[in-house]
Design a protein around this ligand. Structure first.
Ligand SMILES: NC(=O)c1ccc[n+]([C@@H]2O[C@H](COP(=O)([O-])OP(=O)(O)OC[C@H]3O[C@@H](n4cnc5c(N)ncnc54)[C@H](OP(=O)(O)O)[C@@H]3O)[C@@H](O)[C@H]2O)c1
Length: 337
């Protein structure tokens, strides 16, 4: 079996750390692994498969020595690094929003649109962590009838904003019990014991950039530029796991039984739907799990063609690191490298 040289940029971050553990769990065929982060972390050692790897600076030498470059740092780092890495012959799999809407860059969830990898030009983007589980569910439901409209409200964990946001939630909870002044720096308000209906900044339409990303990315991945979709994205004081309340309107009625069996048969989706015994997806149960968990399926009382559901998904795994690794695995299996 061929083995590959990998560079992981952002290896010390929330996504980067999970990324390394998934590489190990899935026995990704690695020849050489090189790790990068910011200058603050240069020289720091990270253990992988029992041996220490030093954090290195991003150089042309490192990029040209890599078959795959995974970037989980920031849009700025991606904009500075990805085109150069692709020019030097690597395949870049990028977690940031920098290239997602670029027409020449495939935006991929392998269960949904792996065929889009066929026209990659060196850079492939992964979607926003709330978009990925939504598209997986809509893709399956769209096999039953045409979807006309989607309304989605998210309940996004703090790890979606990086490892500093997780530490901030911890310190705010601690401060509140010690009666110390609570400071907010990552989010616009205190997140402990609160929910914040703002992720990223607002544009002139009144939507946030996070909401607009969900709308545009969903249309691109599903190849449905005509899809009517509206999102409200909310940060909640959960450490890991994003949840979504999704209302789907079809062009004809779809039975709950058909919807449930279609979703249950899909790869990467688990159904947890026994409301009588209070069993439904919750972020606390999806942490460290690969599947998107779906439940609370019901016919929408307000629309004969409507279906409502609830989902939870580990944002650091399927929402980021796992999706990126599955893209690399698809590229290898399709001989696109
Ligand atoms: N968190 C999620 O659920 C999620 C989901 C999908 C996509 N993403 C995307 O993934 C990326 C990383 O997110 P995260 O949550 O892991 O953030 P994070 O926890 O804040 O980690 C950021 C990482 O980037 C590194 N970094 C910062 N500046 C750098 C530079 N100039 N050069 C090289 N590396 C640099 C940091 O290194 P130091 O440790 O040295 O600072 C750290 O390793 C973002 O683009 C984010 O939008 C995140």
């Amino acid at each position: 079996m061929d083995r590959y040289n990998l560079a992981v940029i952002g290896a010390t971050g929330a996504v980067g750390q999970i990324f390394l553990s998934i590489l190990e769990q899935r026995k990704f065929p690695i020849n050489k692994l090189r790790l990068c982060a910011s200058d603050r972390s240069l020289g720091k050692k990270i253990s992988f498969k029992g041996s220490d790897h030093c954090i290195e600076p991003i150089t042309d030498n490192l990029l040209s020595d890599s078959d795959f470059v995974f970037i989980s740092a920031s849009s700025e780092v991606s904009l500075n690094t990805a085109p150069r890495a692709a020019e030097l012959g690597a395949i870049v799999i990028d977690d940031s929003s920098a290239f997602r809407m670029d027409k020449t860059v495939p935006l991929v969830v392998p269960e949904v649109n792996a065929e889009d990898l066929g026209h990659h030009k060196g850079i492939i983007s992964i979607p926003n962590c709330s978009t990925t589980p939504l598209t997986m569910v809509l893709y399956e439901l769209g096999k039953l009838a045409k979807i006309n409209r989607v309304i989605v409200d998210t309940y996004q964990s703090v790890s979606g904003a990086g490892s500093r946001a997780v530490r901030e939630l911890d310190s705010q909870i601690h401060a509140s019990y010690k009666d110390i002044n609570i400071k907010a720096s990552i989010h616009p308000h205190q997140i402990a014991f609160n929910v914040i209906p703002q992720i990223d900044s607002f544009d002139e339409s009144g939507y946030t950039n996070e909401e607009i990303k969900m709308v545009n990315e969903t249309k691109k991945i599903l190849h449905r530029p005509d899809l009517k979709i509206s999102a409200t994205c909310v940060r909640v004081p959960v450490k890991i796991g994003h949840s979504e309340a999704v209302h789907v309107e079809f062009n004809q009625p779809v039975s709950m039984e058909d919807a449930t069996s279609k979703l249950a048969a899909a790869g990467g989706i688990s159904i947890i739907d026994r409301p009588a015994s209070s069993q439904y997806p919750m972020p606390i149960d999806c942490e460290d799990k690969d599947d998107v968990m779906v439940g609370r399926l019901r016919t929408d009382v307000s629309s004969p063609n409507g279906l409502a559901l609830w989902l939870s998904c580990d944002n650091l795994r399927k929402g980021a690191a796992l999706n990126a690794i599955q893209i690399a695995e698809s590229i290898i299996s399709k001989s696109l490298i």
